[in-house]
Design a protein around this ligand. Structure first.
Ligand code: DX5
Ligand code: ZN
Length: 219
Protein backbone atom coordinates (compact mmCIF):
# COMPACT_ATOMS: atom_id res chain seq x y z
CA UNK A 1 0.00 0.00 0.00
CA UNK A 2 3.08 2.22 -0.08
CA UNK A 3 1.99 3.88 -3.33
CA UNK A 4 -1.50 4.85 -2.09
CA UNK A 5 -1.81 8.25 -0.42
CA UNK A 6 -5.08 9.34 1.20
CA UNK A 7 -5.35 13.10 1.77
CA UNK A 8 -8.37 14.25 3.77
CA UNK A 9 -9.58 17.70 2.65
CA UNK A 10 -10.21 19.78 5.74
CA UNK A 11 -12.73 21.89 3.81
CA UNK A 12 -15.26 19.27 4.94
CA UNK A 13 -14.15 19.19 8.59
CA UNK A 14 -16.21 20.70 11.41
CA UNK A 15 -14.31 23.97 11.91
CA UNK A 16 -15.73 24.33 15.43
CA UNK A 17 -13.93 21.07 16.28
CA UNK A 18 -11.04 21.22 13.84
CA UNK A 19 -8.42 19.81 16.22
CA UNK A 20 -10.67 16.87 17.07
CA UNK A 21 -11.39 16.08 13.41
CA UNK A 22 -7.78 16.45 12.25
CA UNK A 23 -6.43 14.32 15.09
CA UNK A 24 -9.05 11.66 14.39
CA UNK A 25 -8.06 11.52 10.72
CA UNK A 26 -4.37 11.58 11.60
CA UNK A 27 -4.75 8.68 14.04
CA UNK A 28 -6.87 6.73 11.54
CA UNK A 29 -4.03 6.78 9.01
CA UNK A 30 -4.42 9.88 6.87
CA UNK A 31 -1.21 10.14 4.81
CA UNK A 32 -1.29 13.92 4.29
CA UNK A 33 -3.76 16.77 4.75
CA UNK A 34 -5.22 18.69 1.81
CA UNK A 35 -5.84 22.39 2.42
CA UNK A 36 -8.05 24.24 -0.10
CA UNK A 37 -7.24 27.94 -0.29
CA UNK A 38 -9.89 29.89 -2.26
CA UNK A 39 -9.76 33.63 -2.90
CA UNK A 40 -13.28 34.46 -4.12
CA UNK A 41 -11.88 35.32 -7.58
CA UNK A 42 -10.42 32.17 -9.13
CA UNK A 43 -13.45 30.41 -7.67
CA UNK A 44 -16.55 32.16 -6.25
CA UNK A 45 -16.01 30.96 -2.69
CA UNK A 46 -13.60 32.20 -0.04
CA UNK A 47 -12.37 29.40 2.24
CA UNK A 48 -9.31 30.21 4.35
CA UNK A 49 -5.72 31.34 3.99
CA UNK A 50 -2.25 30.96 5.51
CA UNK A 51 -3.68 31.31 9.03
CA UNK A 52 -5.36 27.95 8.57
CA UNK A 53 -2.08 26.49 7.30
CA UNK A 54 -0.35 27.68 10.47
CA UNK A 55 -3.06 26.05 12.57
CA UNK A 56 -2.76 22.79 10.64
CA UNK A 57 1.02 22.78 11.05
CA UNK A 58 0.48 22.88 14.80
CA UNK A 59 -2.10 20.06 14.67
CA UNK A 60 -0.25 17.44 12.63
CA UNK A 61 3.18 16.30 11.49
CA UNK A 62 1.77 14.67 8.36
CA UNK A 63 2.63 16.44 5.09
CA UNK A 64 0.52 19.47 4.21
CA UNK A 65 -0.77 19.43 0.62
CA UNK A 66 -2.00 22.92 -0.26
CA UNK A 67 -4.37 23.41 -3.23
CA UNK A 68 -4.35 27.03 -4.36
CA UNK A 69 -7.59 28.15 -6.00
CA UNK A 70 -6.42 31.75 -6.24
CA UNK A 71 -5.68 34.20 -9.08
CA UNK A 72 -2.24 35.10 -7.69
CA UNK A 73 -0.56 31.92 -6.42
CA UNK A 74 2.94 33.40 -6.54
CA UNK A 75 2.01 35.85 -3.78
CA UNK A 76 1.53 32.98 -1.30
CA UNK A 77 4.58 30.83 -2.01
CA UNK A 78 7.09 32.40 0.39
CA UNK A 79 4.63 32.40 3.28
CA UNK A 80 3.65 28.78 2.71
CA UNK A 81 7.30 27.73 2.61
CA UNK A 82 7.99 29.58 5.86
CA UNK A 83 5.07 27.77 7.49
CA UNK A 84 6.59 24.37 6.67
CA UNK A 85 4.29 23.25 3.85
CA UNK A 86 5.55 20.22 1.93
CA UNK A 87 3.54 20.48 -1.31
CA UNK A 88 1.70 23.24 -3.18
CA UNK A 89 -0.51 22.79 -6.24
CA UNK A 90 -1.30 25.60 -8.70
CA UNK A 91 -4.01 25.69 -11.37
CA UNK A 92 -2.99 25.72 -15.03
CA UNK A 93 -5.87 28.15 -15.64
CA UNK A 94 -4.57 31.06 -13.51
CA UNK A 95 -4.07 34.43 -15.25
CA UNK A 96 -0.56 34.50 -16.74
CA UNK A 97 -0.16 30.75 -16.29
CA UNK A 98 1.29 28.68 -13.44
CA UNK A 99 4.96 28.66 -14.50
CA UNK A 100 6.30 31.41 -12.25
CA UNK A 101 4.54 30.07 -9.17
CA UNK A 102 5.68 26.50 -9.86
CA UNK A 103 9.27 27.66 -10.29
CA UNK A 104 9.07 29.60 -7.02
CA UNK A 105 7.61 26.59 -5.18
CA UNK A 106 10.54 24.48 -6.32
CA UNK A 107 13.07 27.18 -5.52
CA UNK A 108 11.61 27.41 -2.01
CA UNK A 109 12.26 23.70 -1.50
CA UNK A 110 8.65 22.52 -1.70
CA UNK A 111 7.10 19.99 -4.06
CA UNK A 112 5.08 21.50 -6.88
CA UNK A 113 1.78 20.31 -8.25
CA UNK A 114 -0.09 21.36 -11.38
CA UNK A 115 -3.90 21.31 -11.20
CA UNK A 116 -6.13 20.85 -14.23
CA UNK A 117 -9.81 21.74 -14.23
CA UNK A 118 -12.10 19.08 -15.74
CA UNK A 119 -12.27 20.82 -19.14
CA UNK A 120 -8.54 21.61 -19.44
CA UNK A 121 -6.76 19.22 -21.83
CA UNK A 122 -4.45 16.76 -20.08
CA UNK A 123 -1.74 17.63 -22.63
CA UNK A 124 -1.47 21.06 -20.98
CA UNK A 125 0.66 19.39 -18.30
CA UNK A 126 3.37 18.51 -20.79
CA UNK A 127 5.06 21.91 -20.64
CA UNK A 128 5.31 21.85 -16.83
CA UNK A 129 6.55 18.34 -16.14
CA UNK A 130 10.11 19.41 -15.19
CA UNK A 131 8.64 21.63 -12.44
CA UNK A 132 6.20 19.26 -10.74
CA UNK A 133 6.06 16.13 -8.63
CA UNK A 134 2.27 15.89 -8.73
CA UNK A 135 -0.45 16.31 -11.36
CA UNK A 136 -3.80 17.05 -9.72
CA UNK A 137 -6.78 16.26 -11.89
CA UNK A 138 -9.98 17.90 -10.71
CA UNK A 139 -12.75 15.33 -10.82
CA UNK A 140 -15.40 18.00 -10.03
CA UNK A 141 -15.51 21.73 -10.79
CA UNK A 142 -13.30 23.39 -8.18
CA UNK A 143 -14.86 25.61 -5.56
CA UNK A 144 -16.84 23.48 -3.15
CA UNK A 145 -17.05 20.04 -1.61
CA UNK A 146 -19.75 17.41 -1.82
CA UNK A 147 -20.20 17.30 -5.62
CA UNK A 148 -20.52 14.08 -7.64
CA UNK A 149 -17.48 12.58 -9.41
CA UNK A 150 -17.56 13.67 -13.05
CA UNK A 151 -17.98 10.98 -15.71
CA UNK A 152 -14.98 10.96 -17.97
CA UNK A 153 -12.58 11.44 -15.09
CA UNK A 154 -11.16 7.93 -15.30
CA UNK A 155 -10.35 8.37 -18.99
CA UNK A 156 -8.53 11.62 -18.14
CA UNK A 157 -6.53 9.85 -15.43
CA UNK A 158 -5.52 7.15 -17.90
CA UNK A 159 -4.51 9.77 -20.48
CA UNK A 160 -2.45 11.59 -17.86
CA UNK A 161 -0.82 8.32 -16.86
CA UNK A 162 0.28 7.82 -20.47
CA UNK A 163 1.56 11.40 -20.76
CA UNK A 164 3.57 11.07 -17.54
CA UNK A 165 5.59 8.21 -19.01
CA UNK A 166 7.48 10.98 -20.83
CA UNK A 167 8.26 12.93 -17.64
CA UNK A 168 11.93 13.37 -16.65
CA UNK A 169 11.12 12.03 -13.14
CA UNK A 170 8.16 10.34 -11.43
CA UNK A 171 4.99 12.47 -11.24
CA UNK A 172 2.11 11.29 -9.05
CA UNK A 173 -1.47 11.63 -10.24
CA UNK A 174 -3.74 13.09 -7.57
CA UNK A 175 -7.51 13.27 -7.87
CA UNK A 176 -9.79 15.70 -6.05
CA UNK A 177 -13.56 15.84 -5.90
CA UNK A 178 -16.37 13.34 -5.49
CA UNK A 179 -14.13 10.59 -4.17
CA UNK A 180 -16.07 7.90 -2.30
CA UNK A 181 -15.66 4.17 -1.80
CA UNK A 182 -17.68 3.80 -5.02
CA UNK A 183 -15.59 6.12 -7.22
CA UNK A 184 -12.14 5.51 -5.73
CA UNK A 185 -11.54 2.02 -7.20
CA UNK A 186 -12.02 3.32 -10.76
CA UNK A 187 -9.68 6.26 -10.17
CA UNK A 188 -7.08 3.93 -8.66
CA UNK A 189 -7.37 1.46 -11.56
CA UNK A 190 -6.86 4.31 -14.04
CA UNK A 191 -3.63 5.37 -12.30
CA UNK A 192 -4.42 7.84 -9.51
CA UNK A 193 -2.11 7.25 -6.54
CA UNK A 194 -2.88 10.25 -4.33
CA UNK A 195 -6.51 10.75 -3.43
CA UNK A 196 -8.19 13.76 -1.85
CA UNK A 197 -11.45 13.15 0.01
CA UNK A 198 -13.46 15.70 1.94
CA UNK A 199 -17.03 14.72 2.71
CA UNK A 200 -16.23 11.00 2.40
CA UNK A 201 -13.79 11.38 5.31
CA UNK A 202 -15.35 14.00 7.56
CA UNK A 203 -19.12 13.35 7.26
CA UNK A 204 -19.81 10.82 10.02
CA UNK A 205 -17.34 8.47 11.72
CA UNK A 206 -13.90 9.60 10.51
CA UNK A 207 -11.96 6.44 11.42
CA UNK A 208 -14.60 4.23 9.87
CA UNK A 209 -14.77 6.39 6.73
CA UNK A 210 -11.00 6.16 6.23
CA UNK A 211 -11.09 2.40 6.69
CA UNK A 212 -13.93 2.10 4.15
CA UNK A 213 -12.01 4.18 1.58
CA UNK A 214 -8.85 2.09 2.04
CA UNK A 215 -10.77 -1.16 1.81
CA UNK A 216 -12.27 -0.04 -1.50
CA UNK A 217 -8.77 -0.21 -2.99
CA UNK A 218 -7.23 -2.97 -0.84
CA UNK A 219 -10.15 -5.29 0.01
C1 DX5 B 1 -13.07 21.44 -4.23
C2 DX5 B 1 -11.87 21.11 -3.39
C3 DX5 B 1 -11.88 19.74 -2.85
C4 DX5 B 1 -13.04 19.42 -1.94
C5 DX5 B 1 -13.40 17.99 -2.18
O1 DX5 B 1 -12.84 22.63 -4.88
O2 DX5 B 1 -10.70 21.23 -4.17
O3 DX5 B 1 -10.65 19.44 -2.21
O4 DX5 B 1 -12.75 19.61 -0.58
O5 DX5 B 1 -14.56 17.67 -1.48
P1 DX5 B 1 -15.32 16.29 -1.70
O6 DX5 B 1 -14.35 15.18 -1.41
O7 DX5 B 1 -16.43 16.36 -0.71
O8 DX5 B 1 -15.79 16.26 -3.12
ZN1 ZN C 1 -8.80 20.57 -3.31
Amino acid sequence: EASFELCPSILAADFSCLARDVQAADAAGADAFHIDIMDGHFVPAISFGPGMVRTMRALTRKPLDVHLMVDRPLDLVAELAALGVERVSVHAEVPGGPGAALAAIRAAGMQGGLVLNPETPVETAGAYLPLISQLLLMTVQPGRGGQPYLPGSNARIAAAQALLQTAPHPVTIQVDGGITARTLPGAWAAGARSVVAGSAVFDGDIARNIAVLRRSVFP
